[in-house]
Design a protein. Structure first.
Length: 275
């Protein structure tokens, strides 16, 4: 994954080509540079490694969805969500072995790890942000704001100060396939879609902004001075733009100056990570 527009992404034509590529064990060696990586901006080329191929780590007919990958640098493993199957899977770097890591997983979407190495999951089924402690117990960090249920937390990032920033677009409350359908009959299941912050010292939840249609994947800049968020509102709002927005982060506690960072006319942006 790359931060859109400043790094590599696939054009529509390349996406069709990539779908035909052979990822099997018997596939021919990859020729460098990998044709599936395309820079839409010349500034992004310096972020691309010429001999870095796309490799498939895991594929199974039993996996319905792969979402929210999170790397644990200490354990040397990758965990991700299979939302419809209501499980999480784990890939071990040591031998490439993949197992079911958490079952059930409350239709978790995004995952990350906090500054203490504890896993944070953003759950559709429970409409909450949950932390898994070192002893395996689960702690709910957020499930409401100002007395109203969250829609269905989607993705999140952890600031070095321990605060957790997360998006709440509500997809997990719009269908049973990836959560539980809310009985409100609205594309805003319980409240306006927004970006929130959980204060690590008090546990209080703050709304950072709702000036976005459906906030999805999000990430900080390397120096944590900016927050980038993918807006996937076009999925339910016909006139919504397909773009990535960026805000300045003020004193690690608030946002200002929201603007469009990149327009994605060919495809709709989703997840993000720092390059």
């Amino acid at each position: 994954m790359f931060l859109a527009a400043s790094a590599a992404t696939l054009t529509a034509a390349k996406m069709a080509s990539a779908a035909e590529d052979d990822y099997s064990a018997d596939a021919a060696p990859v020729r460098y540079p990998d044709h599936r990586l395309v820079s839409l901006d010349d500034r992004g080329k310096k972020l691309m490694l010429g001999n870095a191929p796309i490799q498939r780590l895991f594929h199974s007919k039993d996996m319905l969805w792969a979402e929210g990958p999170a790397w644990n640098g200490v354990g040397r493993y990758l965990v991700w969500s299979d939302i419809p199957n209501n499980i999480q899977r784990r890939w071990l770097e040591e031998d490439g072995h993949v197992t079911v890591f958490r079952n059930p997983a409350n239709n978790s979407n995004g995952n990350t790890f906090d500054v203490q190495g504890r896993q944070i999951s953003f759950e559709h089924l429970t409409r909450s942000v949950a932390r898994y402690e070192v002893d395996g117990t689960r702690t709910v960090l957020a499930d409401s704001f100002e007395g109203k249920s969250l829609n269905a937390p989607n993705d999140g990032v952890v600031h070095p100060n321990g605060d957790i920033w997360f998006s709440d677009p509500g997809y997990g409350a719009l269908m049973d396939y990836e959560g539980t359908l809310a009985d409100t009959g609205s594309v805003q299941p319980f409240q306006k879609e927004a970006i929130y912050r959980i204060d690590s010292s008090t546990g209080k939840v703050f709304k950072m902004t709702d000036e976005i249609n459906k906030p999805n994947g999000l990430c900080f800049s390397p120096d944590y001075s900016k927050l980038y968020v993918a807006d996937t509102g076009a999925s339910h709002y016909p006139d919504a733009p397909k773009n990535i927005k960026v805000w300045d982060v003020v004193d690690s506690k608030s946002l200002k100056g929201g603007k469009v960072f990149a327009s994605m006319n060919m495809v709709m942006p989703d997840g993000e990570t720092k390059a």
